[in-house]
Design a protein around this ligand. Structure first.
Ligand SMILES: [Zn+2]
Length: 448
């Protein structure tokens, strides 16, 4: 298969190049010259497109086993492939949770033949109850590299300390959902002007900050590798920046929704915008972007959280938190973060405030945050995240950076349609995705 006419962008930079794929690997990269398609080879048109290593998501809720009405591994992997992903880490808050070898084996089995590589994360504690550690060594022996109780934070600092000690012995990473349950209380949206105006209980930014600070201190003590999931608050970014400067082994992620949206989007009481941690102020959003720009935040991860309609069609207090993201993550990020930055059609002035100071990211930095850096954190660099070079596995995505499209929830491949970006026009669309040389997504109009 020849991927013809595109510009390859990977950790080696950007260059005009055709890419020849044979079997599961890249056979040849023709820099600055056209490669001839061998007899019988298919040609994928990449003209005007970026050819990049497939994206890697560290944070996807695929809901299987247990909540297949929201998503299955098959539908979630399909959504991922359509979004340009060739690998996703499946969060372990399933039912039952991935706190045993049996459930991890089940997820691996269900993932066979899926449209992308699905890697299960394991829980930190049994049942995600925060009381007893999971059999982390057994899970690691099955290839689990990320341990997380995501959905809730581990509230007991002594238990978290032991989890970090085990994780560092096992060569694993603690992926940390940072929210102090006592400070969160019954809060459902960010504590501040919007929670007051809407009369809803607030979830303060300090609930995240105190657990970030606690776990940075524990990571310093134990030497464990700590990955902070879905950071949302400016103070958290500042804490990570200081810890990194002093040598703590920490990586961090932000989601497209926290990088693109603020609490003002909740003004219409739409539960599509309810998520944990909550959408916060424009100052928080701009701090996340700045963190991404200076490398304090390494990764953009989706926190893809599908829910069936009945879980969202209720009051703000009752509604399930979370949003789908796999099919929109790259386009939302490209739309609001690239240089020159675009914007979403927004409901309130505050969402615009501060954005005039945003100078935008280069495309290479954005792809680093969505492909090779997450691949490295999850221990997947041998298979995913490039570089696009002869002999490397052909896990690739082809992206048209100029293509505009409108998000239509009913057209998403995910079984759930709870996107906050419904009706938004985004710039940047995945045209093809290749998984181990196999074209799992091919734009029909581009085939020739
Ligand atoms: Zn979480």
């Amino acid at each position: 298969m020849l991927v013809a006419g595109g510009t390859v962008v990977d950790q080696g930079g950007s260059r005009r190049a055709d890419v020849l794929v044979k079997g599961e690997v890249v056979a040849e990269v023709g820099e600055g010259r056209a490669l001839r398609a061998p007899a019988g080879a298919d040609v994928l048109d990449a003209s005007g497109c970026v050819v990049a290593p497939g994206l890697v998501d560290l944070h996807a809720h695929l809901r299987e086993p247990g909540a297949e009405e929201a998503e299955s591994i098959e539908t979630g992997a399909r959504a991922a492939a359509l979004g340009g992903y060739t690998a996703v880490v499946a969060m372990p808050n399933t039912s039952p949770p991935a706190d045993s070898a049996a459930v991890v084996r089940q997820v691996l089995q269900l993932a066979k033949g899926a449209s992308c590589d699905v890697r299960p994360a394991g829980t930190i504690t049994l049942g995600r109850e925060g009381r007893v550690l999971s059999p982390m060594a057994e899970l690691a022996a099955l290839g689990v590299t990320l341990f997380t109780d995501d959905g809730t934070g581990v509230q007991d600092p002594g238990l978290m300390r032991r989890a970090m000690e085990y994780a560092s012995v096992l060569g694993g990473v603690i992926a940390d959902h940072c929210e102090d349950a006592y400070l969160v209380g019954a809060g459902v949206v960010n504590e501040g002007a919007v929670s007051s105006a809407l009369g809803l209980p607030g979830r303060p930014a300090v609930a995240e900050e105190v657990m970030v600070l606690r776990d940075l201190a524990l990571a310093r003590l134990t030497g464990a590798r700590l990955h902070l999931l879905h950071l949302s608050a400016a103070a958290s970014v500042a804490a990570v920046r200081a810890a990194t400067a002093s040598g703590v082994q920490v990586t961090a992620e932000a989601t497209p929704h926290h990088l693109a949206l603020t609490q003002e989007w909740l003004a219409g009481y739409s539960t599509a915008f309810k998520v944990n941690p909550p959408l916060r102020t424009s100052a928080d959003m701009m701090a996340l972007r700045q963190g991404l720009s200076d490398g304090t935040i390494d990764v953009i991860a989706t926190d893809h959280a599908p829910h069936p309609p009945e879980a969202k069609e209720t009051s703000m207090c009752e509604a399930a938190p979370g949003m789908v993201g796999l099919e929109t993550a790259l386009a939302v990020s490209m739309t609001v973060l690239l240089d020159p930055p675009g914007s979403l059609s927004s409901p309130g002035r505050d969402n615009e405030a501060g954005q005039e100071h945003w100078t935008g990211l280069p495309l290479e930095r954005l792809l680093a945050a969505m492909s090779w850096l997450p691949a490295k954190i999850a221990g997947l660099s041998a298979l995913h995240g490039g570089p696009v070079a002869p002999g490397a596995p052909a896990n690739l995505c082809v992206v048209d950076p100029a293509r505009k499209w409108v998000v239509r929830p009913e057209k998403l491949a995910s079984r759930s349609h709870n996107t906050p970006f419904a009706g938004q026009e985004l710039t940047g669309k995945v045209r093809h995705t290749l998984l181990a040389g196999e074209p799992v997504v091919v734009a029909e109009e581009a085939q020739r």
